[in-house]
Design a protein around this ligand. Structure first.
Ligand code: FES
Length: 153
C-alpha cells in the first residue's frame, strides 16, 4: 500500500547562497588593497559535481519538497516516504508534457492541461488517466544521498 502524504504543504527550495571569502572592509588610508585571493568567490565544494538539491531536513517524512531539477530546468518533487528513503519525480506530464503539481491531501500529482492524475508515492498514473490519456508513470530522477545532502546525478 502506498504511503499517504497527509501534509497540506508542499515545501519549496530556497535561494542558493554565495559567499565572498576573506574580503576585509578596511577603508583607512595606507591599508593594502585586497588581493585576488581575498576576492575569491566561494561556493559549496560539491556544487560543481554533485548538484545538491536539498538536505534531508528540507523534506520531512511524509512531505513533498519542490525543487528545480538542475539537469532539465523543470520543477521536480522530492519525497521521503519512510525515514531515510528518498524518491524524486519529474513534473513533466507523460501525456503531452505539461507540468504537474503535487497535491499531498489527494495523495496525487495532477496535471491541469487534460486532467491526468498520478499516485504521489509511486508516480504511476491512475487507471482512468492511463486508459483515456495513455499516460505512463512520471519519470523518476536518480538521487544520491551522502550524509544530509541529497543530489541528482
Ligand atoms: S499534458 Fe498532462 S494531461 Fe495532457
Amino acid at each position: 500500500m502506498p504511503k499517504q502524504f497527509g501534509r497540506r504543504q508542499v515545501l519549496t527550495a530556497g535561494a542558493a547562497t554565495v559567499a565572498i571569502a576573506g574580503l576585509s572592509a578596511c577603508s583607512s588610508p595606507g591599508a593594502s588593497e585586497p588581493t585576488e585571493e581575498d576576492l575569491a568567490i566561494s561556493t559549496p565544494s560539491s556544487a560543481a559535481t554533485s548538484k545538491v538539491v536539498a538536505t534531508a531536513s528540507d523534506v520531512p517524512v511524509g512531505s513533498v519538497f519542490k525543487f528545480t531539477d538542475p539537469n532539465s530546468g523543470m520543477p521536480a518533487f522530492l519525497l521521503q516516504p519512510a525515514a531515510g528513503t528518498f524518491i524524486a519525480y519529474s513534473s513533466k506530464c507523460t501525456h503531452q508534457g505539461c507540468v504537474v503539481d503535487a497535491y499531498p491531501d489527494a495523495n496525487a500529482f495532477k496535471c491541469a492541461c487534460h486532467g491526468a492524475k498520478y499516485d504521489l508515492a509511486t508516480g504511476e498514473p491512475d487507471e482512468t488517466t492511463a486508459k483515456s490519456l495513455t499516460a505512463t508513470a512520471l519519470a523518476k530522477i536518480a538521487l544520491t544521498v551522502a550524509g544530509d545532502q541529497i543530489s541528482v546525478a
